[in-house]
Design a protein around this ligand. Structure first.
Ligand code: BGC
Length: 338
């Protein structure tokens, strides 16, 4: 007897996009990037985006891999905030805190999908009033499109019918070597941030922002992550990006020194969560059947700041009826030594 599908009656749909330099696979479950195959100078290709071997693996072992996180990516302290002086209680899924949209976040939803043309696809989701505790109906549309031959964009748009908070991102995990059985800590990283947010033991931001100058969080000049690792105690922090929120601007660059492959990340958002994974295990394998190294990959998640709904000193995450939330993310890929 075959076991029932973890997706119930709604089977996920797989879609792909191709350019001369790469091809990407997506899935309607979580509006997710499943893989990104970068063409190598010798004609072969390498998948640099972590994914599981089978779609059925995602619901149980997810880690938000490649998915759209929402309604609020990252953490909201004590899973609550205030709206017009009234407390709003959200679903708590990391101890008493709220992470990446709660127990049934957007990464676990079946999104409507459509192919727009040969270079763009779109996913749509309506989140009902009260979903995971959030006020108001939220309609979200995510469009992935190829720009030029070497860039993939993700445009996230949302509207609401009551004042609510929103913070949406894509949670791709990268290892530009394509070997997920190896740590990604040897990658070089550069981030345009003069400040970062120190956090407590629950990864909730402490009061204030700290200058990166003279700390392990100084990535203003490209540096090997491993060089800063020991002094940091691990990387799972929000960086306060320079430049103007709302403007698409390059904010980070990740390079694998061995292969020379690199990606340049641009965003219209104010913050960047840099997470060097530490939670994977060799019992899990990548779609290439690599047993996962604990630090198999790096998530670079552009977004607002964590816990903004409780922090008037942080960039606002409020969305009002009639307004449009818009977040554009761009990844520009380079295949390295020619
Ligand atoms: C968070 C990590 C969390 C991970 C789950 C990241 O965005 O910052 O703390 O473990 O998502 O994949």
């Amino acid at each position: 007897m075959t076991s029932p599908s973890p997706f119930g009656r709604q089977e996920p749909r797989i879609l792909d996009l191709k350019s001369d330099r790469f091809r990407a696979e997506f899935c309607s479950y979580g509006a997710r990037l499943l893989a990104l195959y970068l063409h190598n100078p010798d004609g072969s290709e390498t998948n640099i985006a972590l994914g599981f071997p089978r779609l059925e693996d995602y619901p149980a072992k997810d880690s938000y891999i490649g998915a759209i996180c929402g309604r609020y990516a990252n953490r909201i302290c004590q899973a609550r905030f205030e709206l017009d002086g009234r407390p709003i209680a959200l679903s708590a899924n990391e101890g008493t805190n709220h992470l990446h949209g709660g127990v049934e976040g957007f990464d676990r939803r079946h999104w409507e999908s459509a192919v727009l043309d040969s270079r763009s696809i779109t996913f749509s989701l309506t989140s009902a009033d009260g979903d995971q505790g959030y006020p108001g109906t939220l309609k979200t549309q995510v469009t992935y499109r190829i720009v030029d031959e070497d860039r993939l964009q993700c445009l996230i748009i949302a509207t609401c019918d009551r004042p609510t908070v929103v913070n949406l991102t894509n949670h791709a995990y990268w290892n530009l070597s394509g070997d997920f059985s190896q740590s990604a800590a040897g990658h070089l990283l550069q981030i345009d941030a003069d400040e970062y947010l120190p956090v407590n033991d629950q990864l909730i931001p402490l009061p204030g922002r700290s200058p990166v100058d003279g700390t392990a969080y100084d990535f203003r000049q490209e540096v090997s992550i491993s060089e800063h690792l020991a002094d940091s105690g691990g990387f799972d922090h929000n960086f306060c990006l320079t430049g103007e929120r709302g403007q698409l601007r390059p904010v980070a660059r990740l390079t694998d020194p061995e292969s020379g492959r690199s990606l340049r990340l641009s965003t219209t958002e104010a913050g960047l969560q840099f997470y060097l994974a530490r939670h994977f295990s060799p019992e899990l394998s990548s779609r290439e059947a690599h047993p996962l190294h604990p630090a198999a990959a790096i998530a670079l998640e552009p977004q607002s700041y964590p816990d903004s709904p409780n922090r008037p000193d942080f960039p606002s995450s409020w969305l009002l009826p009639g307004d449009v939330y818009e977040h554009l993310i761009e990844w520009q890929f380079s295949s390295g030594h020619d």
